[in-house]
Design a protein around this ligand. Structure first.
Ligand SMILES: CC(C)(COP(=O)(O)OP(=O)(O)OC[C@H]1O[C@@H](n2cnc3c(N)ncnc32)[C@H](O)[C@@H]1OP(=O)(O)O)[C@@H](O)C(=O)NCCC(=O)NCCS
Length: 120
């Protein structure tokens, strides 16, 4: 899935570790072929972080991305304390920002800090 949109994928070892520690994952299949995925990290009380939202190029523009984000937000609704506020964050390429704005995400450049940390 990664390689259909972003080029070379991380190693299988890294991916397996990441998947095992992911809080919630959504996958969409067309028959036995995976066509979309998204995952979410988080603590369920205060913060969530959305990662790796991917729809295979040939399936884009059909409402599948919307379905993925709605599923992730449903998980927040089902598991958070009703009536409280929870941060849901993500990083997006500039051309994907309008997609996320449709769900209520608000772009804020000042809060975007990120690095590729080299594990010792
Ligand atoms: C971004 C992505 C997940 C969107 O998935 P999708 O299935 O094509 O999106 P949908 O068809 O569900 O679109 C939902 C709505 O967002 C809009 N939309 C989708 N991509 C958009 C974009 N790049 N800019 C503006 N609007 C966009 C659609 O027009 C649609 O609007 P509507 O409901 O008002 O008609 C998909 O393009 C993708 O996988 N891209 C490559 C990977 C990537 O960059 N992922 C995001 C990581 S930050």
């Amino acid at each position: 899935m990664w390689e259909t949109v972003w080029g070379q994928a991380p190693s299988l070892e890294q991916t397996k570790l990441a998947m095992e520690h992911t809080l919630f994952r959504v996958s969409v299949f067309d028959g036995d072929k995976i066509i979309a995925m998204a995952r979410m990290l988080g603590d369920m009380g205060l913060d969530y972080y959305i990662k790796d939202v991917v729809v295979r190029p040939e399936y884009q523009g059909r409402g599948i991305g919307r379905m993925l984000i709605n599923e992730l937000l449903s998980f927040v609704d089902s598991n958070g304390i009703s009536g409280t506020g929870i941060f849901v964050e993500l990083c997006a390429e500039p051309d994907k920002i309008p997609f996320y704005e449709k769900f209520g995400f608000d772009f804020n450049e000042e809060q975007r800090l990120k690095m590729m940390y080299r594990v010792r």
